[in-house]
Design a protein around this ligand. Structure first.
Ligand SMILES: *Cc1c(COP(=O)(O)O)cnc(C)c1O
Length: 390
């Protein structure tokens, strides 16, 4: 059984994929070729925003968004400790400080109540947030931005997050690396904050055959900034540099791959939702396992189907049982970001974010992709069942 099945997908689109790749070989514009603009206009229209900018990775997309807002030393960027490292890495890379905020236990996304408290702590200089523990009394942080993550494909609570941001004069960046194709209140993921960033890493809901990413925004000025930052801070032309930027372009080959895959993407989102519903039904309510919760007003892109066991020991037992039947599982994420070695100087300790810490010990993800069969899913549920937990 496969955890992610890119082969079945490739069989469906192989002809179109070859046609698109050969077209790039024929025209030879390997960087910023016509496929880039075509991809940007297709995905921008799908998401429903006015600007879509293809870039080299999800990490670069986040970096470009923070750079467009001129985030730097002394700035506080609020984010979740329960995410992939890149979410917080880009904040530190720019010399700003990641201020972690615990998650909501049913969505695994940043909790707006804790967010409000954390912003007040920092803004009022009350110094009660754990990030101040290691700082001397003269250091202050200025709240600037929030990076909310749509973990496992489920959008964060943007109505609440955007309200809080407005009240405190902060900008909101949507880390939609896992949620391209998801929806909240009838709006697509990547249209839910000031700037949204997605990833086209192969295992993401819409993946290319290498690294890729995209920024989305309705803000003309920020789009212009990111367009410049993407190509070494360029001004009027390529050898006119008006700011420090990066080499953040997506290459044309990857755009060709993405255009081929996008043809069947909306259908794949439906297939993922069907598979998720089937897991929910098979694992169900009698379970001691917590199945993923999707609010009425949302649709997940199901980048992962993740379960919460009751304890670390139970999770490990379940995983080794599944492993015996050659059913692959994964842990996203085994360590919360505030406890990563690299962030030791920020002064966080175990116990600072109990919900995230508990989830890292109990979470595990089952095979999930559009082509998983009912029989495969029954086998997974059967294996979970066989040790008397489901
Ligand atoms: C994958 C991922 C990223 C980084 O994307 P890359 O394309 O791998 O650079 C950032 N944030 C989250 C939540 C991710 O899952």
């Amino acid at each position: 059984m496969k955890f992610v099945d890119l082969d079945s997908q490739q069989r469906r689109i192989r002809f179109e994929l070859e046609r698109r790749i050969l077209a790039v070989l024929d025209h030879g514009h390997y960087v910023l070729g016509p496929e880039i603009e075509e991809l940007e206009s297709r995905l921008g229209a799908y998401v429903g925003v006015s600007h879509a900018l293809a870039c080299a990775s999800g990490t670069d997309a986040l970096l470009m968004a923070l750079m467009a807002y001129e985030i730097g030393p002394g700035d506080a960027v609020f984010t979740t400790p329960f995410s992939f490292f890149a979410t917080a890495e880009v904040i530190s890379l720019l010399g700003a400080t990641p201020v972690f905020v615990d998650i909501d236990k049913s969505s695994f996304n940043i909790d707006p109540v804790f967010l409000e408290t954390a912003i007040r702590d920092v803004a009022n200089d009350e110094r009660t947030h754990p990030v101040y523990r290691s700082m001397d009394a003269t250091e202050i942080l200025i709240p600037k931005a929030i990076i909310a993550v749509d973990l496992f494909g489920l959008p964060a609570n943007y109505p609440a997050i955007n309200d809080i941001a407005n009240n405190h004069g902060l900008v909101v960046i949507e880390d939609a690396a896992q949620s391209f194709g998801a929806e909240l209140n009838g709006q697509k993921a990547c249209a839910l904050a000031d700037i949204a960033c997605t990833s086209f890493y192969p295992a993401k809901p819409l993946g290319c055959y290498g690294d890729g990413g995209m920024c989305f925004t309705n803000d003309d000025r920020m789009a212009e900034m990111m367009r410049s930052i993407r190509i070494h801070g360029m001004g009027d032309h390529q050898y006119d540099n008006v700011r420090v930027g990066i080499n953040g372009r997506l290459d044309t080959m990857q755009a060709a791959v993405l255009l081929s895959k996008f043809e069947i993407f909306p259908e794949e989102v439906i297939l993922r939702n069907t598979a998720a519903k089937r897991y929910n039904d098979l694992i169900g309510s009698s379970s001691k396992l917590t199945i993923p919760m999707v609010p009425e007003n949302a649709q997940s892109a199901w980048a992962q189907y993740s379960l919460l066991a009751e304890s670390e020991a139970q999770r490990d037992k379940l995983r080794s049982r599944l492993n015996q039947d050659n059913i692959p599982t994964a842990i996203y994420y085994p360590k919360p970001l505030h406890l990563q070695k690299v962030f030791e100087p920020l002064g966080y300790h175990e116990g600072d974010f109990p919900v995230s810490e508990s989830c890292t010990k109990r979470i595990f993800s089952l095979p999930m992709h559009p082509y998983i069969t009912a029989q495969e899913q029954e086998k997974v549920a059967g294996a979970l069942n066989s040790i008397g937990i489901v």
